[in-house]
Design a protein around this ligand. Sequence first.
Ligand code: P53
Length: 478
Amino acid sequence: MTYSIPKDFLWGGAVAAHQLEGAWQTDGKGPSIADVMTAGANGVPRQITDGVKPDKFYPNHEAIDFYHHYKDDIKLFAEMGFKSFRTSIAWARIFPQGDEEQPNEAGLKFYDDLFAECHKYGIEPIITLAHFEIPYNLVKKYGGWRDRRVIDFFIHFATTVFKRYKEQVKYWMTFNEINNQTDYKEQFLMATDSGLVLEPDDPESEALMYQAAHYELVASALAVKIGHEINPEFKIGCMLNVSPLYPATCKPEDTFQSLKAMQRRYWFGDVQALGHYPRHMEAFFQDNGLRSDITAEDRVVLKEGTVDYIGFSYYNSTTIAAQENNPEFHFVGPEAIQENPYLTTSDWGWPIDPLGLRYSLNWLADHYHKPLMIVENGLGAKDEVTAEGKIHDDYRISYLKAHIQAMKDAIEKDGVSVIGYTPWGCIDLVSAGTGQMSKRYGFIYVNRDDEGNGSNKRLKKDSFYWYQKVIATNGEDL
Ligand code: P53
């Protein structure tokens, strides 16, 4: 056992189909929930419209047109030395309506070609099955994941792609940031995670969230089981959004609130990694009359389908305080969030906390005793292109440098097992939260603005050369 970054470490980058592919109706693709989301702005939420409206702008429809640029883009990833590339399969390319029997061959073919292109350069694809892109028909016809039948549709999709890409893809994840919906009053998070389109004050939203999440967890566990039958070499992970919740002060109530909030936000990981609901959740359901449809068969499936590794995103920590009107320390939303005076923030108000990544790695290792993969991390920032076509993104380099150092500390000093690091939006793409292009994460700049204008030309930022060096030295030279 060595306490250093492994030789075969999966350095790479991460994206999601709906945020970069574009070509939303090409080769038979059906619309997904992402295709009915308008562009928001910093602090302005995206709207979810009832179908596609002709007078609205939907940034994901064209995105950065990766669908037609993927060969050149993967060549650039290879030039940076990527060992891995995390993307998702757009469910609605394979099953345009979500509930049909026969898959769309043209959609399957696109991913054959994409994965072949990765392997040409020795890049290992890491594939998310559901990344905020449930077919829109499943939202309209079944109400999204509130309906148990969606498990079958998802499993049909998962089985189809597991079989098709059995030889091309080894690393999979089931549901992206499955725990975002903890914030059940946030329309966007409910829609993206579960295809639940609700009014913010819907009195049923909490119950619906627990029901939808349960069906997703069952679907996730079934997918793990089936995937391992199709290819025992598959490594199938979960994917959690990890933002450790710090207490605002050492007041016992704040500290206890932060602990309860951690339980409420991360129990999804317990189910996926350990195979059962933690007792605190069972007690919470009972205490609050939340009676989901959870069968004895479901519980067996959950036990049999535990994940091989823990994939997670880390952008920031969150600091919260106890609320006087909440004596039982139930889940608290944005109202409980406090400014952390020890941290600076990004232009979008996200705290910057590299030590929080080391904290998260330790916490996950302690809870789940499974290998960890950091499948998203990064800084969304505005970039300027100089007259010479350069992008001097030293702010991004310093964010990533500090976070990679924190990961190294966790590996070397804390003995945490980490198998990969795929920073988010390795090429600029459409922001999930805001729909903006100007919230950029990439090593590669894409000429496109928030209104959808631009040449789509790609440019290498300073961080491109920096990350190339990081990978070449296996993280030695930051
Ligand atoms: P954007 C909310 C909170 C944390 C991460 O986010 C989130 C979200 C949803 O916006 O999403 C993840 O683009 C997600 C990616 C997303 C990325 O973080 O809002 O897995 O799809 O783009 C960054 O800046």
